[in-house]
Design a protein around this ligand. Structure first.
Ligand SMILES: N[C@@H](CCC(=O)N[C@@H](CS)C(=O)NCC(=O)O)C(=O)O
Length: 203
């Protein structure tokens, strides 16, 4: 049985939970991470030396890094559907997955951390972070033009890593810009019961 180690409120863990649900996989989840105080124990660090969540255990095979886990699960259980056979189509998707992690995520966290701080920074700092974030959404909105999902007309592995960021973005108390494709895609994700239950409802 697949085991997901990670609290359900962790965005990176939500990717893995949602992925398993879309794939119809049986799994168990154990709470690790903030609030549970168990992700820096020697036993957990032996599985994941970063002391972060999520970690996947698949019959003795241990994997950390949420996007690597999504790629692994989709390649193993959904080759030809969520994960394409074609190498160039796959590279195209992996590029967007890396962009989520290395480009979109730092911008989003910088902005949401600033807004959630007890003493928020000055308006010009927030505005600078917001402008940078809008630039990121403009890129994704353009990619979504004429597509129901990031890589085409159906959900694929590339949509999964974006789940928690787009969900939290629409909850931030800021102007969300005129990104019709982005909003329509988010609404499409919300129509999926597993997204709704494991991402949207958790927050
Ligand atoms: N690059 C890692 C980042 C993992 C990460 O930073 N996870 C956060 C939760 S989203 C974490 O472990 N926070 C500390 C905690 O929950 O104790 C991944 O994508 O898996």
């Amino acid at each position: 049985m697949l085991k997901i180690l990670g609290r359900k409120t962790s965005g990176n863990t939500q990717k893995v939970i949602w992925c398993c649900e879309e794939l119809g996989l049986a799994y168990e989840r154990e709470d690790y991470g903030r609030g549970f105080g168990n992700n820096h124990t020697p036993a957990y660090l032996a599985l994941n030396p970063n002391g972060r969540v999520p970690t996947l255990v698949d019959d003795g095979f241990v994997l950390w890094e949420s996007n690597a886990i999504v790629r692994y699960l989709c390649a193993r259980h959904s080759m030809g559907t969520l994960c394409p056979h074609d190498l160039q189509r796959r590279a195209d998707m992996e590029r967007w997955m890396d962009w989520q992690q290395t480009t979109l995520r730092p911008h989003f966290h910088a902005l949401s951390d600033a807004l959630n701080r007890a003493n928020p920074p000055a308006d010009d700092v927030v505005n600078r972070l917001l402008t940078a974030m809008m630039g990121m959404w403009e890129i994704l909105d353009a990619q979504l033009a004429g597509r129901s999902f990031i890589a085409g007309q159906s959900l694929t592995m590339v949509d999964i890593p974006f789940c928690y960021i787009v969900n939290r973005w629409y909850r931030l108390p800021v102007e969300h810009g005129d990104f019709a494709n982005l909003r329509a895609w988010f609404e499409r994700l919300c129509e999926r019961p597993a997204f709704r239950r494991h991402v949207y409802d958790v927050g």
